[in-house]
Design a protein around this ligand. Structure first.
Ligand SMILES: Nc1nc2c(c(=O)[nH]1)N[C@H]1C(S)=C(S)[C@@H](COP(=O)(O)O)O[C@H]1N2
Ligand SMILES: [Mo]
Length: 325
């Protein structure tokens, strides 16, 4: 990648020390023994990183989530949903090393003045990378707090100059069953697809993320580039994006195709609307500390729009949220 970063070997020793702290695996896994349910726990694996771990230079800090305690690096890289690498939570950490995140091309098409194939580095280069700490609430009722590195999607969208007919933005993940061996199974319809209404896509909260903790995106989290839509259930935050298209009609999306009665197009986090098979009122916060047993801690209340209502509730002011779930 041409994105400016400093190789670990070039990092100051002070940085290496702090790095070593969040790489301390004992933090994440201590406490597992006391649960007495080891056989029920996901397999503990060593996270895989295809490329050398390296820090971005020049990431601007922002006030987003600064009051929150992020999930540890180990926590957010060892408990993932990424069906392209298997359906288990530890499958991505174990299997995602086969993904080659560089070089990476994104194809932009549809109702815009500028379309074509773009190298990811060229797309990113003119922009200031930001760190934003956002809550991620999975539809399965767990959550994390993640220090993302990225760019507001709106800044990227502007450059393609979509026209007034473009009412939605559709996204697709890579299809390559050599790089993504989980695609040899029909666990989902490949490619994984997602979509946002244009006003959601250009909302200043919506992030195109290229890293976490100041480093390039770990493969299991969606390298090299993914969406982060913090007020929506996690599955809207599509990983390893290779296609973006500006379209007139609401695009079809993977989980809606899979189970339309369970997963709607909007999928805004909403504790007042239960999933047909479970409550969405509360969530388990995965801190990454205190071992995987942390998942057995009492749940916390889920907030309407995942706590981002002030920024986004207006987008839905004339809509029946029970109908457009
Ligand atoms: N391509 C793709 N993107 C995906 C998924 C997936 O299986 N494939 N899983 C989604 C789900 S269900 C969640 S909760 C988040 C998890 O992101 P994380 O692993 O970085 O926590 O990614 C989302 N993006
Ligand atoms: Mo999810």
């Amino acid at each position: 990648m041409l994105i400016k970063y400093v190789k670990k070997s070039e990092a100051k020793s002070s940085e290496i020390t702090s790095k070593a702290m969040f790489l301390d695996r004992r933090n994440f896994f201590q406490g597992v023994a006391i649960t007495g349910v080891i056989s029920l726990l996901p397999k503990i694996v060593t996270p895989s990183f295809a490329s050398p771990r390296a820090k971005f230079l020049n990431v601007k800090k922002t006030p987003f989530g600064e009051a929150e305690k992020p999930t540890t690096f180990d926590g957010l890289t060892n408990y993932n949903n990424f069906y392209e690498f298997g359906t288990g939570k530890t499958d991505p950490a174990q299997n995602a090393h086969t993904l080659k995140p560089e070089p990476w091309t994104i194809e932009v098409s549809g109702l815009a003045k500028k379309t074509g194939k773009f190298n990811l580095d060229d797309l990113i280069k003119p922009h200031q990378l930001e760190e934003r700490i956002y809550r991620l609430r999975c539809v399965e009722a767990w959550s994390m707090v993640i220090p993302w590195v990225g760019i507001p999607l709106v800044d990227i969208i502007k450059r393609f100059e979509p026209n007034s007919k473009a009412k939605f933005v559709a996204f697709e993940t890579l299809v390559d069953d050599e790089q993504m061996p989980g695609q040899k199974n029909r666990s989902l319809d490949w490619p994984y697809t997602e979509g946002l209404r244009m006003d959601e896509a250009i909302n200043p909260l919506t992030l195109l993320a290229v890293g976490v903790y100041g480093e390039r995106m770990p493969n299991q989290n969606g390298a090299p580039v993914r969406l982060v839509v913090p007020w929506k259930y996690g599955f809207k935050s599509i990983k390893s994006i290779v296609k973006i298209s500006f379209v007139e009609k609401e695009p079809s999306t993977t989980w809606n195709i899979q189970a339309p009665n369970e997963y709607g197009f909007y999928s805004n986090v909403n504790p007042n609307i239960d999933h047909p098979r479970w409550s969405q009122k509360r969530e388990r916060r995965i801190t990454g500390e205190g071992g995987l047993s942390a998942m057995f801690r009492p749940k916390i209340e889920t907030q309407f729009m995942n706590g981002y209502a002030e920024e986004v509730a207006d987008l839905y002011k004339n809509m029946d949220l029970k109908k457009f779930f």
